[in-house]
Design a protein around this ligand. Structure first.
Ligand code: C2E
Ligand code: CA
Ligand code: CA
Length: 752
């Protein structure tokens, strides 16, 4: 085979390879793909041109081949600039590339001038020679070709420069991809130069160009910087919080990161001992198959173990790696979160929601009779105000600790604020223990010591379908009306209690309106003197309730005394009494009215100011409005009250001590009491042994008279009582014997 044919075949192989590369490059998803593709096609042009040149037997065809090869060369240069621009600066569609326009212009001028070669014959001449026994036309350069070569070398130089800059600037890992293309490019340029200088017939540098095309294709399309990946992965793995162990296919540990060593408490980084250590700590980790993941708890720490096999050719095992993640913190966080969402921070007891949920479960699971217990600290706010928050907290903690120590077979928790809840089988509820210890609950903190009053409401669960919150409401309800009574500590819920409390609540809501529409009015009960002549009356409240009918004060007075609304009612009655007295100024100028003052009134209003205000407003003589206050009320905060009574008396009011004998006050006290009238109640003074009570009454009356205190006996029901009392020296009388309390109209009609 002649040399032409040999080269022809070689060149054709390269041409085909360029086409394949170009197709692959265009197909590639890489942004640089199309630039590589164009470069491969450009390289293919001079290759084909050279095939034409070496196989040509006519000068015309040879001319064509040469012109095509020159144009092809310039096209390579042009494609190379585009390629280099992307390859060396990265392809970023958004970035404005500085386009080397002068190169485009030069290249275009060059292509045009070569294309005009056949016309002006300024590019080459052909010289006929012989090669391997066959005619061969060799090119003889003229001015056009020199220009072409200058253009190409200028572009070539610029491209080389860009590659040099890139090589210098890039990191070690990427340098390779620039250096290899750069070297191939130098080789291509050098071989071309050598060819031009040698003047041998066939352009063997075409082979180097072809190789260059392949190298470009490889590095721009196929090449992946494996070492980059290696470096990055090892960086990532070393920096990971997880411990990573890599094993080869014989299960020998070949790599461990620092976390791996510290997980195994190995100060010395000895790979050979890693497997043993792993076994010691995690026992079974090898014969569990190739892929698995497991959660383990070792020495109170939580780990996630994950093992994976690596098979590069999908069949044979190359190795495995084990990643151990210490999940303890997350576990502890979750545990803490669950704890916080179910527990009260201060006392460590269950919070209300969690307690309710637990009670719900117990109620449904248990076949025992259960008690719901509601524990309330009385006057907790007062304790907090008086002794401070720290002490108040200690109180709650102490109660919590008591529950922890004493509730063995039940659940308990803190409800809201100063209340606690317990659910316990009825048989395990030690009522005596609660009474004894909660009833005498003394809390000490630093230098403060205080007895805490605790109320305990108990509801025995009868309806297990009832909402747990309602059960606790019922236990709570049991103690709502022992607020005032410190002696009672434990109270049981029953339906009666519920009804009463509901009614009380209802009355409380109805009160304000009742006052507004005058459904609550004073009835008047006559008070007579020694001759039986009515000289005044006591105003006693009555309620004409639209639904409940006519209500006696014992139905509503205690309720309002408890909730503090009594003051609204009293002021209403006082006002009505003043209104009546104002009316009587002309008709009944000597008649007085006594009004009742609840001990609670002193807490809520300035009684003195209130009463003097009314007297002024209605322009009545203060003597006509008598003030009644019970003996027991008088005895609490007596000094304060005495001061008020003195002032009232100075203002001209007559002060009466109501229900004398109901309390425990001694007769001695009487002389200190700033009262004008003593009201004795027959109920408190009479008993079976009439003789004795007579003596007591007689003595009281005598003493009063000596102290210049007028006596008034109420509850006089019989003529006999009336005469006896009169004989004993009593001055005023009130009771059914004279008249029952009656409406104001009836009173005015009876005693005009
Ligand atoms: P109190 O102040 O001791 O009033 C006397 C009570 O004895 C009245 O009962 C009266 O109806 C009743 N009574 C009078 N004579 C006799 C009698 O011969 N036999 C018997 N068995 N009872 C007699 P009432 O009106 O039911 O009042 C009960 C209590 O309610 C009063 O006792 C008083 O503490 C309170 N109360 C009544 N109205 C008011 C008021 O407007 N304000 C305040 N704070 N308390 C009032
Ligand atoms: Ca009274
Ligand atoms: Ca009374």
């Amino acid at each position: 085979m002649i040399i032409q044919h040999k080269y022809c075949i070689i060149f054709m192989c390269f041409a085909i390879l360029q086409i394949i590369c170009a197709i692959q490059a265009f197909k590639s998803e890489k942004p640089i793909g199309r630039f590589t593709g164009i470069l491969n096609l450009a390289i293919m042009t001079p290759i084909i041109a050279n095939i034409v040149i070496i196989e040509s037997k006519s000068p015309v065809l040879s001319y064509f081949g040469y012109y095509l090869s020159y144009i092809g060369m310039t096209m390579i240069m042009l494609a190379l600039t585009f390629f280099t621009e992307r390859y060396c600066m990265g392809v970023d569609e958004n970035r404005a590339h500085t386009r080397p326009y002068f190169i485009h212009v030069m290249a275009t001028v060059d292509i045009v001038q070569i294309s005009l070669g056949p016309l002006f014959n300024h590019v080459i001449n052909l010289e006929k020679t012989e090669l391997d026994g066959r005619v061969f036309y060799r090119d003889l350069p003229r001015i056009g070709l020199t220009f072409h070569r200058i253009v190409d070398y200028v572009i070539y130089g610029a491209v080389l420069l860009i590659f040099i800059i890139s090589i210098v600037r890039t990191t070690k890992l990427y340098r390779q991809k620039y250096i290899i293309i750069f070297i191939t490019m130098i080789l291509a340029g050098a071989s071309q130069f050598a060819f031009i200088r040698s003047r041998i017939p066939i352009d063997r540098s075409i082979i180097v160009h072809g190789l260059f095309g392949l190298v470009v294709f490889y590095f721009s399309i196929l090449y992946r910087p494996l070492r980059l990946l290696d470096a990055m992965l090892s960086y990532v793995v070393s920096d990971m919080n997880d411990a990573v162990f890599v094993f080869d296919n014989s299960n020998k540990c070949v790599w461990v990161n620092d976390q791996g060593y510290s997980l195994l408490d190995m100060d010395e980084h000895k790979l050979s001992r890693v497997t043993d250590r792993l076994f010691n700590k995690f026992t079974n980790i090898t014969d569990k198959g190739e892929h698995w993941s497991e959660n383990r708890v070792v020495d109170d720490r939580y780990y996630i173990l994950e093992k994976k096999a690596v098979k590069t050719d999908n069949k044979n095992l190359d190795g495995t790696f084990l990643v151990i993640k210490d999940d303890t913190k997350r576990h502890k966080d979750i545990e803490r979160e669950i704890y916080n969402s179910t527990h009260d921070i201060l006392t460590g007891l269950y919070n209300m929601e969690h307690l309710y949920a637990n009670v719900e479960n117990i109620v449904h699971a248990s076949d025992e009779v259960l008690n719901i217990i509601f524990i309330n600290v009385k006057n907790f706010k007062l304790v907090k105000d008086t002794f401070g928050k720290d002490f108040a907290d200690v109180v709650l903690i102490r109660i919590a600790n008591w529950l922890k120590a004493n509730i063995k077979n039940g659940v308990y928790g803190r409800l809201i604020g100063d209340t606690f809840g317990v659910c316990i089988p009825k048989k395990d509820f030690d009522e005596d223990l609660f009474l004894e210890e909660m009833g005498n609950f003394v809390v000490k903190n630093r230098n403060i010591e205080h007895k805490i009053n605790i109320h305990i409401g108990v509801y025995e669960i009868t309806d297990t379908e009832m909402d747990v919150s309602v059960m606790f409401d019922r236990a709570h309800l049991a103690i709502t009306d022992i607020e005032e009574n410190y002696k009672t500590v434990i109270r049981y819920y029953n339906d009666e209690l519920r009804k009463t409390i509901m009614e009380e609540q209802r009355l409380a809501t109805d009160l304000i309106n009742a006052i507004d529409v005058d459904n609550i009015r004073p009835y008047l009960q006559p008070i007579a003197d020694k001759d039986g002549k009515v000289v005044g009356a006591e105003a006693l409240a009555r309620w004409m309730h639209p639904d409940l009918g006519f209500l006696q004060p014992n139905r509503f007075i205690p309720v309002f005394e408890k909730n503090g609304m009594i003051t609204d009612l009293d002021r209403h009655i006082w006002k009505d009494a003043c209104r009546i007295l104002a009316r009587w100024k002309d008709t009944n100028p000597d008649m007085f009215i006594s009004v009742n003052i609840s001990p609670k009134d002193f807490y809520f209003v300035d009684v003195l100011e209130e009463i003097t205000g009314l007297v002024k407003e209605y322009d009545i003589d203060p003597k006509k409005l008598r003030i009644e206050i019970t003996e027991t009320a008088m005895m609490t905060d007596s000094e304060e009250k005495m001061a008020i009574f003195n002032k009232l008396r100075k203002s001209g009011f007559i002060v009466e001590m109501d229900d004398f004998g109901s309390g425990y006050s001694s007769l001695n006290l009487l002389k200190d009491m700033p009262v004008d009238v003593l009201k004795l109640d027959m109920h408190f003074l009479s008993d079976e042994n009439n003789k004795r009570s007579d003596t007591i009454i007689r003595n009281i009356i005598n003493l009063s008279n000596e102290l210049n205190i007028i006596t008034l006996t109420e509850g006089v029901e019989t003529e006999e009582q009336y005469y006896l009392l009169k004989e004993m020296g009593c001055s005023l009388f009130q009771g059914y014997y004279f008249a029952k309390p009656m409406t104001v109209e009836d009173f005015e009609a009876s005693y005009p």
